[in-house]
Every structure is written in structure tokens, then in C-alpha cells.
Design a protein around this ligand. Structure first.
Ligand SMILES: NC(=O)c1ccc[n+]([C@@H]2O[C@H](COP(=O)([O-])OP(=O)(O)OC[C@H]3O[C@@H](n4cnc5c(N)ncnc54)[C@H](O)[C@@H]3O)[C@@H](O)[C@H]2O)c1
Length: 320
């Protein structure tokens, strides 16, 4: 039984905690947050308001870091130096040099470290990656990706609205789509960013150029409560594959329209293109399960690679 602790029991931990609890070979044993009121709902777990005390008293196999971004590295290093494997929410840091710092700390201490880049574990994006890799619709000719919504107002101490602690839209939101692009296509040859940044809102548009194709991306924290939407549309030689209005569809040049995931993202029987497997509709479960399996079976947790994380941070640092 792997023993897991979570530090940072705020917004995103509410998706991580049930995913850990659903695993039979894992025991979520301890939780830590400086706000005692966040812990009271988890009676029965070992609860801490002091991270060092949790590390001292618990014998954890895995630490899951759901803290605000600016606290990730310090906590990851402390845990890894005690021989604990670390899964860390994105972005690992706002500083490029921190990437080598955390990964070399993991190597030195013989533990696994992975940044939780969720899109890689979402069926909608995993399907797109498989379609790209398989070449089933030919080469990519163009793409667009977007992640739009209103400015988040729930974070502890308003850290998300503070550029020094969150990096705002580029590092907190757009990072998801850029990480996917680097995962699917490698480092772009060129980026052309445009940004409308004000104290109360932040909008980013970036075109990434890949030699023979380009991808246009958008991300926003609008001041108004614009509903959150995440979408993509990729033009291949022989089809358009799109995630729009929550539906993932391949429009083939022969006139066929394949709904790749049925309502609620359940794989649609018979419709998935041949040779393409569909991940379970449980992105956080898929992500945490992957990391736990890597730890249990002592396999490299390399679905998310250091070079990719470094590449993404280097690009984001060019956005001002
Ligand atoms: N994968 C995704 O889709 C996704 C979505 C949202 C957030 N995130 C990432 O998750 C991380 C956390 O974001 P959030 O929205 O949950 O933030 P949040 O503000 O809701 O939660 C952070 C929690 O950390 C606690 N905390 C602060 N300092 C602490 C300390 N020193 N020790 C212990 N606890 C402390 C706060 O009390 C709070 O409960 C961020 O890095 C964010 O970018 C990822």
C-alpha cells in the first residue's frame, strides 16, 4: 500500500483527493494546509497545519503538492531530500533554473518527480495526440487552441492575481495548451505573442510556428464572468479534428463525421477511429494512477519530461 500525503488543501486538491481515495492500492493518509478550516472536512486523516511536522511524523511514499505555484519548489525539494516521490501541480515554478533544481534533486535522492500536466491525461487531448502520432489523417496543416474564462477570485490570499506568485494567464492557464503543443510537436521554431494585460484582466494570443504549420492560441482571464471554455481545432490533410462545445469530432474528407467521445466524454462505441484507444473519462484519476504505478513498479515517470517542462517555461518567460 503506497502512503500518500497532500499539501495545499485548496481548490485543485478537491479533484486530487477523491482520485487518490478511489485507488485501492493507495492510502491517502495525511493532509496539510495552513488553514485549519480547510482540514476539518477530512476527519479520520492525519491532519497538519505545519508541513515540516507532517514530513517528520509520517512515513510517506508520495507527496502530492497542490500548493500555490510560488511554494512548489521549496516543498518539493524538502520532500525529495527525505526520499519521498513527488507529484507537483503545474507550473512547477516561474523560474527556468528551478526546473534543473527539482529534477537534479530527484535524481540525487533516487526518487521520482513529475509535474501534473493534466491535458496529457485527458481523453480529448490524448486522442488528438494519438491521431497526430499515427498520421492517420496525414500531416497537420494548422491548429487553434483556446482556454477562456473569467479571472479566478477564489484563491487563498489572492495569490493567483499576483504576478510574482502565479505568473498570471501565461503560467497559470495558457501553460496547459503550450505544454500540449510541446508534447505533441516539440519546441516551436518561433512564437508571436500579443497580450492585453491590465490589473483586472489578462488576455493572451500567441501564434506558434512549426515550419510547415502554425497553431494559433488564446487564453483569458476576463474581468467579466465569461463562462470557462476549452477548445481546439486541428486541420489535417484529410480531416479536421475539433473539440468544440464539449464535443470531440473528426470531420473526415470523405464526408464522414465521427463523434470521438460521446456526451460526457464517454468513448462512443464503434466510432473511435481504428487503432485509437480512448482513456477513461477521469483525467485526474488517470494522472495520479500513472504516477502511483510508476512509483510502485519503479518505472521512470517520464510521460512528462524535464526537457518539455524546461522548454515551456523558457517560452512563457518571453511573454511580457
Ligand atoms: N491542473 C489544473 O487544471 C489546475 C487547476 C487549478 C489550479 N492548478 C494549480 O494548482 C495549484 C494550487 O491552486 P489552487 O487553485 O488549488 O489554489 P488555492 O489557493 O485554492 O489553494 C492553495 C491552498 O494552499 C494552502 N497553503 C498556502 N500556503 C501553504 C503552506 N505554506 N503550507 C500548507 N498549505 C498552504 C492554502 O491555504 C490553500 O488552501 C497551483 O499551482 C495551480 O496553478 C492546477
Amino acid at each position: 500500500m503506497l502512503k500518500v500525503g497532500v499539501v495545499g488543501v485548496g481548490g485543485i486538491s478537491m479533484a486530487h483527493i477523491p482520485a487518490w481515495e478511489a485507488m485501492e492500492d493507495v492510502e491517502l493518509i495525511a493532509l496539510c494546509d495552513i488553514r485549519e478550516e480547510r482540514l476539518s472536512q477530512f476527519a479520520g486523516k492525519h491532519l497538519y497545519t505545519d508541513f515540516d511536522e507532517m514530513l517528520e511524523k509520517e512515513d510517506l511514499d508520495i507527496l502530492d503538492i497542490c500548493l500555490p505555484t510560488f511554494l512548489h519548489v521549496e516543498h518539493a525539494v524538502k520532500a525529495m531530500e527525505r526520499g519521498i516521490h513527488v507529484l507537483c501541480e503545474k507550473p512547477v515554478s516561474l523560474k527556468e533554473e528551478d526546473v534543473e533544481k527539482v529534477y537534479s534533486c530527484a535524481r540525487k535522492n533516487g526518487v521520482k518527480f513529475m509535474v501534473a500536466q493534466l491535458l496529457r491525461f485527458m481523453p480529448e487531448y490524448d486522442l488528438l495526440k494519438q491521431i497526430v502520432d499515427s498520421g492517420r489523417y496525414g500531416r497537420v496543416l494548422s491548429g487553434s487552441m483556446s482556454r477562456l474564462g473569467g479571472i479566478p477570485k477564489w484563491s487563498w490570499d489572492g495569490w493567483m492575481g499576483d504576478e510574482a506568485r502565479s505568473g498570471l494567464v501565461p503560467f497559470d492557464l495558457h501553460i496547459h495548451d503550450l505544454d500540449f503543443l510541446v508534447y505533441a510537436f516539440g519546441a516551436p521554431e518561433k512564437m508571436v505573442p500579443h497580450r492585453s494585460k491590465r490589473p483586472d484582466q489578462d488576455y493572451l494570443h500567441v501564434v506558434y510556428e512549426y515550419g510547415d504549420f502554425f497553431v494559433s492560441t488564446e487564453a483569458s482571464w476576463y474581468a467579466s464572468p465569461y463562462p470557462f471554455t476549452a477548445a481546439y481545432r486541428f486541420q489535417f490533410e484529410h480531416a479536421v479534428v475539433a473539440l468544440e462545445g464539449g464535443k470531440c469530432v473528426a470531420y473526415e474528407e470523405n464526408g464522414k463525421v465521427l463523434e470521438l467521445l460521446a456526451g460526457g466524454n464517454v468513448p462512443k462505441e464503434g466510432d473511435a477511429p481504428e487503432g485509437i484507444r480512448v482513456l477513461p473519462n477521469d483525467a485526474f484519476g488517470n494522472e495520479l494512477r500513472y504516477f502511483a504505478d510508476c512509483v510502485r513498479e519503479n518505472k521512470p515517470a517520464d510521460k512528462v519530461k524535464q526537457e518539455e517542462i524546461g522548454c515551456v517555461l523558457k517560452l512563457l518567460l518571453q511573454v511580457s
